[in-house]
Design a protein around this ligand. Structure first.
Ligand code: NAD
Length: 271
């Protein structure tokens, strides 16, 4: 399998990365360094995770060349709007200690504001300080509203996606629009790892349920960013390129869908 996904603007994005939500600033550097040492090139953070400094430190400690890494961060809700988005982006770059990010996302679709935020993000993109721009937690109707004023179509939509929330309609729409699908809480925050369907499939390949789920995402053409702060699990989650699920196993995992969200519905969030 090709480990990279080509975004609509031609930029190559790694299909598997490390997520760092709820990783303390002090732990972030270690997690990021372990990940990069294990073969990861994609790191997913956000201003609201309050660990961008640690992420930046981990990048520098790893010694990996900047051009070989793909760093994502996100615009927080309180910073939405044209001027504040510019300011927030500069703050993120400064905390990360980077000259550019690879992907900058609108974290949530704050009504009445996200079109203005996007205008700032288009300028950031055109300045070269974000190699790609996109959204997160956008339903189809949010993207359609964004496109009434946008010059540039988002290249990525990062959405809650795991075997118990497969979002088939939204995924079909995004694929049709050429917007790459990225899964957040891809392991269902660890709450679905005991499901017999997953552990049974894992036994066959001598893989864990986590590895089976990550493989299911990759074979579903989804970019996936599992989180862990443990070196062993960080390595385990990247050790998924030596086996392949068959069509029946893919269907069995698709069949675990119960449309159950672990996070807020983007039509109804209050933060
Ligand atoms: P996840 O689905 O990646 O699950 C992480 C949890 O699964 C860990 O805390 C651990 O308990 C368990 N786990 C991980 N690897 C394991 C292994 N090999 N064996 C056993 N257990 C294991 O959860 P997440 O952190 O919510 O999501 C991943 C990333 O997605 C985040 O870190 C963040 O970067 C991103 N995210 C984005 C949004 C958004 O609004 N855009 C929201 C939530 C998360």
């Amino acid at each position: 399998m090709d480990n990279m996904k080509k975004l609509a603007n031609g930029i190559e994005m790694p299909r598997l990365g490390l997520g760092v939500w709820r990783v303390e600033e002090n732990d972030a550097a270690n997690s990021v360094r372990w990940a990069i040492d294990s073969g990861y090139h994609l790191i997913d953070t956000a201003a609201v995770y309050k660990n961008e400094k640690g992420v930046g430190e981990g990048i520098r400690q790893s010694g990996m060349k900047r051009e070989n890494l793909f760093i994502t961060t996100k615009l927080w809700n309180a910073d939405q709007g044209y001027d504040s988005a510019h300011r927030a982006f500069n703050g993120s770059l400064e905390r990360l200690g980077l000259e550019y990010v690879d992907l900058y996302l609108i974290h949530w679709p704050v009504e009445g504001k996200f079109n203005d935020s996007w205008r700032a993000m288009e300028e950031i993109y055109e300045s070269g300080r974000a190699k790609a721009i996109g959204v997160s937690n956008f339903h189809r109707h949010h993207i359609e509203k964004l496109m009434t004023t946008a010059k540039i179509k988002p290249m990525v939509d990062q959405i809650e996606l795991h075997p118990t929330l497969t979002q088939v309609d939204l995924r079909d729409y995004l694929e049709k629009e050429g917007i790459a699908v990225e899964a957040w809480s891809p392991l269902g925050q660890g709450k679905i790892l005991q499901k017999p369907t997953l552990t049974e499939i894992g036994k066959k390949y001598n893989k864990s349920a986590a590895q089976v789920i990550i493989r299911w995402h990759l074979q579903s053409n989804t970019i996936v960013i599992p989180k862990s702060v443990h070196e062993k699990r960080i390595k385990e989650n990247f050790d998924v390129f030596d086996f392949e699920l068959n069509a029946e196993e893919m269907q069995q995992i698709d069949g675990l869908n119960i449309n159950e969200r672990l996070g807020a519905n983007p039509d109804n969030f209050d933060f």
